[in-house]
Design a protein around this ligand. Sequence first.
Ligand SMILES: [Zn+2]
Length: 237
Amino acid sequence: MQEQIKLLVELQKVDAVIGEMQRKREETPRHLAGIRAGLDAMKADSEQYKAELEELKKDRRTKEGLLQMEIERIHKSEGRLKDIKTQKEYQALVKEVEQGKKLNASREEDILKLIADVEDREKVASEKAEAIRVKEEEYAKEKDILEGELARIDAEFDGEKSKWDVIAKTVKPNVLKMYQKVSERRNATTVVPVKNGACTGCHMGLPPQLYNQVQKGAEMHQCPSCHRILYWEGNNG
Ligand SMILES: [Zn+2]
């Protein structure tokens, strides 16, 4: 039975390697898709921000055009002043010119604010673009590394599989069946040593009689609570 246990421990080691390979195969595309989704969200945000910036620039151009028109209109009104005959009309036009100038001053203030706002937002927009560039680079590097790992896994996978088959062939069929049944439920650890009267898989204490039988190693025993296959490593184990 000791020999069979040793084989199962070897089988378990190969299973752990294969399991890790499969985990990487499944996890890698998910991991990359996660980064990609983050990048797409950053890009969408950046596009939205740029669109808002363009609107702001358009608003600035419209207001600048309007101000220019008003300046010209006032200029014309001022030119007309010298031709006006009546005092009443003259007063009215002077008032209109003054009001127009006041209004234009506040329009100018508005435009200055817009210009400052556009500058600030342009800075933020280029920061966003830079962040995307950095993230794209990170993504490309990560993708290279992970795809390299996947290629290595693909290259080694068949080798591990045949290693498994070679060991499995030397395991008694009923023992292999027991191993596979437990393995399906317990994944990485199927065969575990007993220590200090307990199963090291689930840490439950074992009945003293069972513990003794496992130490003798004459038969194959399973933990009553987790069903893992138990073995004795010896006193130094
Ligand atoms: Zn157990």
